[in-house]
Design a protein around this ligand. Structure first.
Ligand code: FAD
Length: 390
C-alpha cells in the first residue's frame, strides 16, 4: 500500500513526540505491578509512569482513534496504525491499562445515549474512572445467561440484589458494568439488562479471593438493596444480552493480543533457547515462535478490519481460543527451558520479575478461562462460523 506524504509527515511528527515525551524507563517491558490502571485512587509505580500517563492523556494517546470530544486524538485509522507501530518500535509501554477502554467504551459508543457517552467516555479516556466487569455469578459462568442478580425498577431507580464472582479488581474499581436480571419470567436471554453501577453506592461489598498463583485480582461482589439510577441503564430494559455479547467480542479480542504483549515476559523464548541443547525441545520452541508470529500478523490484519468498523465478530472467539492455547504452550516451554529455576516461586536476593516463570505458567491456565473458556469458544465458532446447529 502506498502511503501518502501526510501520513509520512505524521509518522515523523509522532516519532519526534514519542522521543521527547516517553521517558526512557517507559520504553522497557513491564515488570509485574508496573501497570497504570487509572481510577480515582490511581497510583503510579514511578514518576516516569506518572509523566508518561499525563502526557499521553493530554495528547489523547490513551485512545488515539477516539473523537477529540471524548478525550481521544481524533486520529484516522492509518494514523492510529502508524502511532501503534512507532510505539511498538520504540518499545513504549501502554500509558494506561483499562477495562473501560478495552471493553466498555466500544459498546457505549454503539449503544449508549449521548448523555451517557458524555458522562463516561472522557473519564475513561483520561483514566479518571476505573471499571470492573460484573458478569459471572456463582453458578453462572459458561452459562452466563442463567444469571440471577435481580434489578427491580422502583420509580426512577433500580434496586439490585445478588452476587457476582471473579470480579477482577472490583475492590480497586470506581464503577462496574453489570449484567442484571430485570425479568425472571420469559426466555432467560430476554430478561437481562446492562447497568452501570457506581461502586460507592451503599449496599455494595467486595471481598478479595486469594489464588494459588500468588497475587489475586479476584473479588466476590455482593449487592444488598443497591439503588441504581434508571438513567444508568444502557440500551433498553431486557436488551442487555446483545450488548453483553458485543462486549465479550471486544474482551476476547483484547485477551488474544494481551498475552502477545504479556508485560511479564521479559525473557523471550528465543533468548532462552541459547541454553538448550535438546533437539526436540528446540523444534517445539521454534514451532511455537513461528505460530506466535503468524498469529500476531493475523491479529494485526483483523485489528485493521475491526478499526474499519466491521467489529471483531465471531473471529474474536477463534483468536481467543488460538491465542490463549498458544500462550499456555509457550509458558509451558519456558518452564521446561528454565529447568529447576522454573520451579521458582520467590527467594531472597532475586530482583522483582525474576523467578516469575512458575507464576506466569499458572496465570496462563486462567487465560483460557477468562472471557469464556476454550470449550465455550469452540461452541461459538461451530455455531457462528460453519453455522452448525446447537
Ligand atoms: C483470570 C480471570 C479473570 C476473570 N475476570 C472476570 C471478571 O472481571 N468479571 C467476571 O464477570 N468474570 C470474570 N471471570 C470469570 C470467567 O468469565 C468465568 O470463570 C468463565 O466464564 C467460566 O465460568 P466458570 O468459572 O463458572 O466455569 P464453568 O462454567 O463452571 O465451567 C467449568 C468447566 O466446564 C466446562 N463447560 C461448561 N459448560 C460447558 C459446555 N456447555 N460445553 C463444554 N464444556 C463446558 C468449561 O469449559 C470449564 O472447563 C474471570 C475468570 C478468570 C479465570
Amino acid at each position: 500500500m502506498s502511503r501518502s506524504a501526510s501520513d509520512e509527515e505524521f509518522r515523523a511528527e509522532v516519532r519526534a513526540w514519542l522521543q521527547a515525551n516517553c521517558p526512557a524507563s517507559m520504553r522497557t517491558p513491564f515488570l509485574p505491578g508496573d501497570e497504570v490502571w487509572g481510577g480515582r485512587r490511581r497510583t503510579f509505580p514511578s514518576d516516569d509512569a506518572r509523566i508518561w500517563f499525563e502526557r499521553a492523556v493530554e495528547r489523547g494517546f490513551t485512545v488515539p482513534s477516539w473523537p477529540k470530544e471524548y478525550g481521544g486524538a481524533g486520529l484516522s485509522r492509518e494514523q492510529a496504525r502508524i502511532l501503534d507501530h512507532e510505539m511498538r518500535a520504540m518499545g513504549c509501554r501502554s500509558p494506561l491499562i483499562s477495562f473501560g477502554i478495552w471493553m466498555l467504551a466500544p459498546v457505549l459508543m454503539e449503544y449508549a445515549t449521548d448523555e451517557q457517552k458524555a458522562e463516561h467516555l472522557p473519564a475513561i479516556a483520561r483514566g479518571e474512572i476505573r471499571w470492573c466487569q460484573g458478569y459471572s455469578e456463582p453458578g453462572s459462568g459458561s452459562d452466563l445467561a442463567s444469571l440471577a442478580t435481580r434489578a427491580v425498577l422502583h420509580g426512577d431507580h433500580y434496586v439490585v440484589d445478588g452476587a457476582k464472582v471473579w470480579t477482577s479488581h472490583a475492590d480497586q474499581s470506581d464503577w462496574m458494568f453489570c449484567l442484571v436480571r430485570t425479568d425472571a419470567e420469559g426466555p432467560k436471554h430476554d430478561g437481562i439488562s446492562f447497568l452501570l453501577i457506581d461502586m460507592t453506592t451503599p449496599g455494595i461489598t467486595t471481598r478479595p479471593i486469594p489464588l494459588i498463583s500468588g497475587s489475586s485480582p479476584f473479588c466476590e461482589t455482593r449487592f444488598d438493596g443497591v439503588r441504581v439510577p434508571a438513567r444508568n441503564l444502557v440500551g433498553r430494559e431486557g436488551g442487555g444480552w446483545q450488548i453483553a455479547k458485543k462486549l465479550l467480542e471486544h474482551e476476547r479480542s483484547i485477551i488474544s493480543v494481551m498475552r502477545d504483549r504479556a508485560p511479564e515476559e521479559a525473557e523471550s523464548l528465543p533468548a532462552m533457547l541459547k541454553r538448550c541443547g535438546d533437539a526436540s525441545l528446540r523444534d517445539r520452541v521454534i514451532q511455537a515462535e513461528l505460530d506466535f508470529l503468524c498469529n500476531r500478523l493475523t491479529l494485526e490484519r483483523t485489528a485493521e478490519a475491526a478499526k474499519a468498523g466491521r467489529g471483531p465478530g465471531a473471529a474474536s472467539s477463534m483468536f481467543k481460543l488460538y491465542g490463549t492455547e498458544l500462550n499456555k504452550r509457550r509458558k509451558e516451554l519456558r518452564v521446561e527451558l528454565a529447568g529447576y529455576q522454573g520451579l521458582g516461586w520467590e527467594a531472597p536476593g532475586f530482583e522483582p520479575g525474576e523467578l516469575q516463570i512458575t507464576r506466569e505458567w499458572l496465570r496462563s491456565r486462567a487465560n483460557s478461562i477468562e472471557g469464556g473458556t476454550s470449550e465455550i469458544q469452540l461452541h461459538i465458532i461451530a455455531k457462528r462460523v460453519p453455522g452448525l446447529p446447537d
